[in-house]
Design a protein around this ligand. Structure first.
Ligand code: ADP
Ligand code: MG
Length: 317
């Protein structure tokens, strides 16, 4: 069996808010779909982002097609609970008595962790789904986990439940979810970060929690929004000298300013790129900053192509 990244059926992404997790989920999803895998991107109870990146509208809990072979949904606790209730109770009349009132909302509020369990439980259930011939319905599920703290507590929940109860239906469900999350044949957890101070610090914490608490199999460190290397110091000196020789020429001033800014940004990033690679024993992939006026399907396509190439390169090594 192929042991590569895209052979995993459960690709989880974690990271600080705003680092580009949803962008990576969309791009990894697109790359998987393009390799022929029927792929689902699952956002977990968040303001939906993935469909918008494909210029589709957000439709919540419904699975919607967004590209060839590619689908997405936003797993929300209330419809997940309704579905779970229907599955367990089967008879709609009995279900209506139990669930179709305030009960559900109260339950979600009262039982700590219930929301999270439903979210990760639904993701697990999607991984388990089989068609009539017994084949998995989804070849690949990309899970866009909530930002750092929430993401960790969500992925940790099965462990917490199993520490508290060791028998009964809840323990059984938690056990199955934990088995999926810790199974290196099916699952890979990937950390998304930026070459900047705060994301760097948070990604270190994520790594520690993953190794010590979650015990999930690690995949890649995805370093997003890396600025291009436009010039080295010598070239910059030449540019500055040229600019000094043409002082007052507006275009030369503007161009030099712009280049200096880019060189400065990149220098700052270099420091963190180095730190990230030093501290993480994970294979790292740098994702370029995509300069496009509107960040949509073509940016996702650019990043997907880049990821495909980089993942392949790592796997050849
Ligand atoms: N590689 C990139 N190049 C340029 N802009 C990016 C890149 N990745 C993400 N972005 C920008 O950052 C914003 C936040 O990304 P998003 O994926 O929504 O982050 P998260 O899901 O981690 O909160 C996006 O709307 C996009 O404009
Ligand atoms: Mg997001």
């Amino acid at each position: 069996m192929n042991s590569g990244f895209f052979s995993k059926r459960f690709i989880v992404l974690v990271g600080k808010g705003g680092v580009g997790k949803s962008t990576m989920a969309a791009s990894i999803g697109l790359a998987a779909a393009r390799s022929g895998k029927k792929t689902l991107i699952a956002e977990l109870n968040t303001t939906e982002k993935v469909p918008l990146l494909f210029e589709k509208s957000a439709v919540g809990y419904q699975i919607q097609p967004i590209a060839e072979n590619l689908y997405c949904l936003n797993i929300q606790p209330e419809p997940a609970l309704r579905e779970y209730g229907l599955m367990k109770l089967r008879i709609r009349a009995a279900y209506n008595v139990v669930f179709e009132n305030d009960f559900m909302r109260k339950l979600l509020r009262l039982v700590p962790g219930m929301n999270e369990l439903l979210l990760i439980g639904k993701a697990w259930h999607l991984e388990q789904e089989r068609d009539r011939s017994g084949q998995p319905v989804w070849d690949c599920i990309v899970v866009d986990a909530p930002a750092t703290g929430h993401g960790i507590s969500l992925l940790r929940l099965p462990h917490v439940i199993l520490d508290a109860v060791d028998k009964g239906p809840l323990a059984e469900d938690a056990g199955k979810i934990r088995d999926l999350l810790t199974d290196p044949r099916r699952t890979t957890l990937n950390i998304v970060t930026l070459p900047e101070e705060m994301p760097y610090q948070e990604s270190l914490e994520l790594l520690r929690q993953t190794e010590e608490v979650l015990k999930m199999p690690l995949g890649f460190l995805l370093i997003n929004q890396v600025w291009p290397e436009v010039m080295d110091d010598r070239e910059l000196d030449i540019l500055n000298a040229y600019r000094d020789g043409h002082r007052g020429a507006q275009q030369a001033d503007g161009a030099a300013e712009c280049v200096r800014y880019m060189v400065g940004r990149r220098k700052l990033q270099d420091e963190y790129l180095e730190k990230l690679k030093l501290r993480f024993r994970l294979p790292a992939i740098e994702i370029p900053y995509v300069f496009q006026e509107s960040f949509g399907p073509s940016a996702i396509e650019t990043i997907a192509l880049h990821l495909e190439k980089e993942i392949e390169r790592h796997e050849r090594q």
